[in-house]
Design a protein around this ligand. Structure first.
Ligand SMILES: C[S@@+](CC[C@H](N)C(=O)[O-])C[C@H]1O[C@@H](n2cnc3c(N)ncnc32)[C@H](O)[C@@H]1O
Length: 392
């Protein structure tokens, strides 16, 4: 089954057209990344050759390990080429100009390389056996709560519309669709979109493909072989969705694409709200697009993505401040876990690991709106009888 991958809403079409050059630049960066990574290995070799002979002789495994890394770079490149090849026809009703030939390779910047490395690691998180523990810690609570709030034995789950903004490579959205819910993922990074298109639409054999996601990590390796260890994907057949499932991905900026009010029964954000320049914009969008009675569930940290970008707006709020704003909008807090340990694209063999102490909350837009017709929250309009159910 080939999924209808790109739902081309007018806003999504505009996003794709506006970012046409960027889209093709991504293709060329991906194709060009091999040169960049090989150059990194060449530097390691040059520096090794500068060592005194007797030091070089002590490190008998150093050059053979670099040879292994070069082998892995080339295997990664084969997968990346397949991703690029398959993305050329992703947006089927759009034309491709001569000026945008993805084969015209441009140099990759460090910024592009970082995005590419993140995408490789997202394959581990979303589509490998190695990512299962991580998915269990943050996707599973969301999926379980969707099943609790919209029980399959009490409602027609195919009529329950769930939106997953910032869907990465689409595994959370896929899991929700796999249970029969109508689910749409949304993503704006072309690196992620090309890769999710590949895995969702072109991969149909479990663990048939191999990536070497850790070859870029030269520090904090316990063993040399940790850097070159393979990861197979996909751990499940992405095509194994129920035949009548309603699953789609939409390209574009979440805030721009989703402006139709009261459309969604559930919005599920995972490691997403801190990608905002201004998280209040996200809260407002979610409030507007949820049906009355609909729920927003969120799990993640607050690692504000724009915090260290000098020329970008970045409003860094504490969870306490965010929660107060959510309640001022009129949402009712139904569940709150303030300490959910989780990792994000963790290299489980690394000597450096980050553990996020995430919050998980579920809030409901009341079926009867508190603010009549006016979507702007006002101080003092928080219902006194707000029900807060805490759980740990
Ligand atoms: C930290 S990742 C989390 C991905 C996935 N939810 C997960 O838990 O693995 C955040 C994702 O949101 C995407 N993103 C950031 N801002 C976005 C926006 N305004 N609209 C759509 N996607 C966005 C990024 O490209 C990235 O894939």
């Amino acid at each position: 089954m080939l999924l209808v991958y790109m739902v081309l809403t007018l806003k999504a079409v505009a996003f794709i057209q506006t970012n046409r050059l960027h889209r093709f630049s991504c293709c060329s960066w991906i194709l060009n990344s091999r040169i960049h990574v090989h150059e990194r290995v060449n530097r390691a070799e040059r520096q090794f050759r500068c060592l005194p002979d007797h030091h070089q002789q002590l490190l008998t495994n150093f050059i053979p390990n670099l040879t292994k890394i070069r082998y892995c770079i080339d295997r990664n490149q084969e997968v990346l080429q397949a991703i690029v090849h398959n993305c050329l026809h992703m947006f089927e009703n759009m034309e491709y100009g001569q000026d945008c030939d993805p084969k015209k390779v441009r140099p990759s910047s460090t910024f592009d390389m970082d995005k590419l490395k993140s995408t490789l690691k997202q394959f581990v998180r979303d589509w490998s056996e190695a990512g299962k523990a991580e998915r269990d810690s943050c996707y599973k609570p969301i999926v379980e709560e969707i099943q609790r709030l919209f029980p399959p034995d009490q409602c027609d789950v195919s009529q329950v519309k769930v939106l997953v903004p910032g869907a990465g490579l689409g595994r959370l959205a896929w899991e929700i669709a796999h249970l029969g819910y109508s689910c749409q993922g949304n993503e704006w990074s072309f690196f992620m979109l090309f890769s999710s298109n590949f895995v969702l639409n072109r991969c149909d054999k479990e663990n048939a493909l191999t990536l070497y996601p850790w070859i870029h990590q030269f520090s904090n390796n316990k063993m040399s072989s940790d850097q070159t260890r393979p990861v197979s994907f996909p751990d499940v057949n992405p095509q194994s969705l129920p035949a009548d499932s309603d699953f789609s991905m939409v390209a574009g900026d979440f805030q721009e694409v989703y402006s139709d009010p009261e459309l969604w029964d559930c919005v599920a954000t995972c490691f997403f709200i801190d990608t905002a320049h201004n998280v209040l914009d996200y809260i407002e969008t979610i409030w507007n697009i949820l049906k009355p009675g609909g729920v927003w569930m969120n799990l993640g940290p607050l690692l504000y993505h724009y915090e260290n970008m000098a020329n970008e707006l970045s409003i860094e709020l504490s969870y306490e401040e965010i929660k107060a704003v959510i309640l001022k909008y009129g949402f009712v807090l139904e569940l709150e876990r303030e300490s959910v340990p989780s990792t994000y694209t963790e290299n489980d063999r690394s000597m450096l690991k980050y553990l996020y102490d995430c919050v998980f909350f579920i809030v409901r837009k009341p079926a009867e709106q508190l603010i009549n017709g006016d979507q702007t929250p006002k101080d003092g309009q928080i219902k006194d009888s707000l029900q807060t159910k805490k759980s740990t």
